[in-house]
Design a protein around this ligand. Sequence first.
Ligand code: AHG
Ligand code: MN
Ligand code: MN
Length: 431
Amino acid sequence: MLVAFTSSSTALLAGARAPHSAVSHASAARMTTMATTEAKNAAGNELLLDLNEPVFPEVCEYAGVTLSRYVLEMARANPDKPELNELVSVMTAVERACKTISNLVRRSPMSGLTGLEDGGGSINVQGEEQKKLDLITNTVLKNALKFTGKMGVLASEEEDDPVASQPSDLPGADDYKWNKEVILEESGKYVAVFDPLDGSSNVDANIPTGTIFGIFEEPEGCSVLNKDGEVMDNECLTATMQSGNKLVVGGYCLYSAATEFVMSFGGKTCQGFTLDEQVGEFVLTKPNMQIPARGKPIYSVNEANRWAWDPELTEYITAIQKGEGETGQQYTSRYIGSMVGDVHRTLLYGGIFGYPGDKKNLNGKLRLLYEAAPMAFIVEAAGGAAVSGKGERILDIDPTDDPTGRGVHQRVPVFLGSTDDVAEMRSYYKK
Ligand code: AHG
Ligand code: MN
Ligand code: MN
């Protein structure tokens, strides 16, 4: 079926708001963007790559635009960047892992995968009790990456030592000490960072969880593996950690009533796919997602920490609760405690989500590299804002500047969402 482009598709290219309700496969294709040339994201910030968006002039009305097709056509739409073809297999691995994790989470009450690993006796290096699903989702991602056929160095919050798809496959891997929640895949071209099961404390209550991921280009002159396939030293591995403004792809998969895969490939646009469980494919259902500049009056923050907040933040939240903020509307509170779920709602409805630093935890809780940065990348691609504790853009924060030396596991205060709400929150710090 040939779908002609309409003037409405052109309007969407210019940044008009796409409908978030379910759309037909054909209209989803119509709304997908045409080629653009500006190397800026929807928030007006410069992008690393100036990618053309794929065009879908012909879409099967029954199959729709699948995630696989989107990624393939993204590579095809940028023939001057042949290296993007390497991303196809990486994205296929991420997609397959997300489908598997979705199924595992969905079936966990029946399959015995709820609860703590080893009856609570399994504690990771941070002193956190490990859930069965924390460990399994790491394994799923690990194996998915392994089958890309590329060497993988994997590290996880849940393991004291470096994780490879098979440790023996990686000479030198056992010499490594790595112990947090990041997975690095060395493809010779890209580095991938992951939070495999975000919000796992919620999972046994059948509350939404998610996977967050980001893919960077490997920095010049610093390879995780040397020519003999040996793991380079810690310093070099840390050097692969980059600020979010160097992301090539960022995204998340939400495991909720439906499984939704939201990503920005290149940072210009934000695309939402829904898992069609009957055929096992992600289908484009939310093309060109846009956060309203001022959406529903919602704030999303763990208010139990209020007593340790900055007075400016307390003043702001109190004002919007009372309807004394810029809009005059009384805001309502929504907080799941799963970042993926809270950010997904914020993308769709607008408002503001935050995990601030406070007197007890100066940098809050969320990690820069594999939680805050990919989410900031998506939010900005959708026209929103994402800032840290001093109002600086999250995507500009360099993880290697971490004064605590924790590098890849650096925590940052996070506020993101509708541009006007984020700006209003920051205005309290300037009074
Ligand atoms: P994770 O499960 O990967 O450790 O992350 C949980 C995070 C995030 O999803 C959420 O926004 C935040 O923790 C909630 O923390 P509080 O319970 O302190 O509000
Ligand atoms: Mn998390
Ligand atoms: Mn996690």
